[in-house]
Design a protein around this ligand. Sequence first.
Ligand SMILES: C=C(OP(=O)(O)O)C(=O)O
Ligand SMILES: [Mg+2]
Length: 558
Amino acid sequence: MTVALRGVGVSPGTGAGMVVTMPAPVAEPPAAGLSPAADVEAACAAVEAATAGVQADLTAAAAAATGTSAEVLTVAAAMAADPALGADAVRRVRAERRTPERAVWEAAAVVIDQLAALGGYMAERTRDVADIRDRVVARLTGVRPPGVPDPGRPFVLVAHDLAPADTATLDPARVVAIVTVGGGPTSHTAILARSLGIPAVVAAPGAAGLADDETVVVDGSSGTVLREPSADDLAAAERARARRDRTFSGPGRTADGHRVQLLANVADPSGARAAADAGAEGVGLFRTEFCFLGRTEEPSVAEQVQAYRTVLAAFAGRKVVVRTLDAGADKPLPFVTAEGEPNPALGVRGLRTAARHPEVLDRQLDAIAQAAAAEDAEVWVMAPMVATPDEAAAFVALCDRHGLPQAGVMVEVPAAALCSGAVLAHARFASLGTNDLTQYAMAADRELADLAALSTPWQPAVLQLVAATCRGGADRDRPVGVCGEAAADPALAPVLVGLGVSSLSMTPRALADVAAVLERVTLEECRAAAALAVGAATADAGRAAVREALPVLAELGL
Ligand SMILES: C=C(OP(=O)(O)O)C(=O)O
Ligand SMILES: [Mg+2]
């Protein structure tokens, strides 16, 4: 009998397939030594065979993978080929009679400590060594290796939650859907699933009971996971999948011709090409901190110029909104963020870091100005986490001094939304960061699965803040866009347009779906949908009312 598990749909679309669960983390082997009767030479040979086997696995996996996934695996294979780890482990087996798995663990600990002590780029490699260690230990102890499994066929990935390193190796050709027990709608898993176009459901406690090889149908729009689906369910999933092979060639507009710029969110230079290929009219959010995440030292101006130029080059003649470093909370950058803040989401993050490190912002604006001068894109600049008109004024003045006149702010703090008229007296545009705006409006940590029901931009309170920002924009005749994940929700896009938003910036994968909905609804219908969503008592009621008012959503399989 079909059973429906409930979670939160965070990446639209339907995926059907057999479940593959993420392996449990590899545990530290006990410190016990080899038994007196153990064959030491055989134990040494086991270490050598396991390290060689891991290297061969990684090399084969790298050859079979594409894109980021191939790059990550190639680096891992090269590290596994380094003989130092295996040699030290063999020495520990011989000299200290450690078990093979314990010897590998201890040998890796030495390398990890050395790398950590070197700091900078080397310290960033400690995670890679730990990954190799876990793979070798898994081989020696017969447990499943860490990381996303590769069963050699398309599958539905089920995990408690996914670490950023796991998500980097996801192959959308293999993973037909993702289901996590934890994670929130704006967690990294959700953002990555959307950017890869993989249907995903997060915060589904019932998913903990899913077993390898059972067939499920995952609906990333409604947030349901069907166990033991009927033949009809499977056929419907296949029809929905086929309907989703849409493309976008711009420009975005409603059925009656009201223009809505459809832009892409870009996190790094390679993503810019993909965004341009997907037809994006420009970049509405270039998250510059993602070029340097995990780095312990500030990148040089020259390195920044190079990274920014690659993005601008993909959008010659088109708009690219470059966001200055949004360091802090979920995106730590040790060269600007303070450690040990009791409440980092409310701490010194985003533009606030510039008070302590004005030279970092200065150098970044210098790099942006140099990149803008060298390329043909229309460069806009915006600051994250702006709360007051004074902050907006200071940022715009600084950008002016760097010859960057199109300077604006992200509206992601409720104070800025409520006072948007005063903020936009200085800022030349506003871009609503609905991920953080939701987090702060609802006082709900965006990464916490337990708060997923609160963490949605469908919350009427969040939509009221969007409406307030648009009113401030209209009063000052300044454009207001959305670059949070809300813009990628094809059901919410008409609501945002109806509230007065003039551009939507999203993961490139969402462009075609959002464009398809907008071109089938009029501005008047968008306004009516907005009134329903803002006036609803709850997020769910608002979503249901909009879906009923806009049957085109169901017709398009969204
Ligand atoms: C776009 C946003 O910024 P980020 O997700 O990078 O914090 C947001 O907060 O909505
Ligand atoms: Mg934000």
